[in-house]
Design a protein. Structure first.
Length: 378
């Protein structure tokens, strides 16, 4: 049994090392990203934004595009419907630009509705560099410059890590804990280690690289379009880089059903496109830390409950400190939200363990597009 206790102690120490190490890497990532960003050229960019529904913060996210301090760019919004509340919100937010509504072709070969909605805009974009941005993603004024600086030699894709804001209600607080101190922590740490991981909140790519890598086809055939694009770029010898800035996504109020469906889909994406990361998740979370700590208690001369308490305390302290230093949202219920997250995520992980075939996720619908005209930034 002594060997079991010692192995459990090593496992517990490894879990705490991952927790603390990933937080430290997330803190130093902006410095490392700025040092690696060597591109001084600022070519024009076509910003492509698919629309589906009227998201919280959609108007602010739309305004943030036109507030970019960048030499020249244009914007195309795409939607599944010819008219909707989301289109109305964007039209009202983009009052300085003429907007034309036009139909696009259906894409029956794609299983990813978001990407199907971008195929025509990518093909007809005015400029060779395109930014694929989620509708609810809010950009800081210097985001385009920051992402383009990272698009240097050997880089095929530049991403920006999303940070959740404006949570309303406890379910949204839990989602904020999933996206920020859990998801963003690992994504920023991966960026610091120069790992090729894609995230779809905002992705900058050059169309020549996209064509060479068959990136559109790869994205359209996967529910995890960001992971698929990063893998496609890697296949032609190009890396994925992260900008030194993050982007914001307003949450608003979330229902429990929507939260569970969304994050189960995200875990399924990792199961399909990044299986190594998916299987590692179960062994480095707080739940695993509590199990390892309880098993290792005799090796430390402590009771199992003391080790469980120490593990949870370490999690709360590290994640809260990270959020405070990064100036991410911190609320009075954040400790409870982190604990709730650690109870929910293992169940969602197990729910997608049976592998699903490609194409079972969502049916494709015909797409239409409306496009504001060219808008040079001031």
């Amino acid at each position: 049994m002594t060997i079991v206790f010692d192995l459990a102690a090593l496992w517990w120490c490894a879990i705490i090392a991952v927790l603390v190490g990933s937080a430290i890497l997330a803190l130093v990532q902006p410095v490392l990203a700025r040092r690696r960003a060597r591109n001084a050229q600022m070519p024009p960019i076509s910003v492509l934004v698919p629309l589906k529904r009227d998201l919280p913060g959609l108007a602010a996210a739309t305004h943030s595009i036109f507030a970019q301090r960048y030499p020249a760019f244009d914007v195309t919004f795409s939607a599944a419907e010819e008219s909707s509340s989301a289109i109305t919100t964007v039209l009202q937010a983009a009052t300085t630009c003429p907007v034309v509504v036009r139909r696009t072709r259906s894409q029956p070969g794609a299983i990813n509705p978001k990407v199907a909605n971008l195929i025509d805009p990518i093909a007809t974009a005015s400029y060779d560099h395109v930014l694929l941005k989620d509708a609810g993603t809010r950009l800081a004024p210097g985001t385009l410059r920051s992402m383009m600086r990272s698009h240097g030699p050997g880089v095929g894709l530049v991403c920006a890590v999303p940070v959740a804001t404006d949570a309303a209600g406890f379910v949204a607080d839990v989602e904020q804990a999933v996206i920020n101190t859990h998801g963003a922590r690992f994504l920023l740490a991966a960026s610091a280690l120069r790992l090729d991981i894609g995230i779809g909140a905002a992705m900058l790519v050059e169309r020549g690289d996209l064509a060479k890598a068959k990136g559109v086809e790869a994205m359209a055939a996967s529910i995890a379009d960001d992971h698929a694009l990063a893998k496609a770029m890697r296949a032609i010898g190009l890396r994925t880089a992260f900008a030194d800035t993050t982007v914001d996504q307003a949450l608003g109020r979330r229902s429990l059903k929507a939260f569970l469906e969304r994050h189960r889909r995200w875990i399924l994406c990792r199961r399909q496109e990044a299986p190594a990361a998916y299987f590692a998740e179960l062994f480095v979370g707080a739940a695993a830390g509590c199990i390892a700590g309880a098993l290792a208690a005799p090796a430390f001369g402590l009771s199992p409950w003391t080790m469980v308490g120490a593990t949870l305390a370490a999690w709360l302290v590290v994640e809260t400190a990270l959020a405070l230093i990064k100036r991410w949202p911190v609320t009075p219920v954040m400790p409870l939200a982190i604990l709730a997250r650690e109870l929910v995520l293992p169940g969602l992980w197990w729910s997608v363990l049976p592998f699903r075939r490609r194409g079972e996720e969502e049916p494709l619908e015909p797409r239409v597009r409306f496009a504001p005209g060219h808008h040079p930034a001031p």
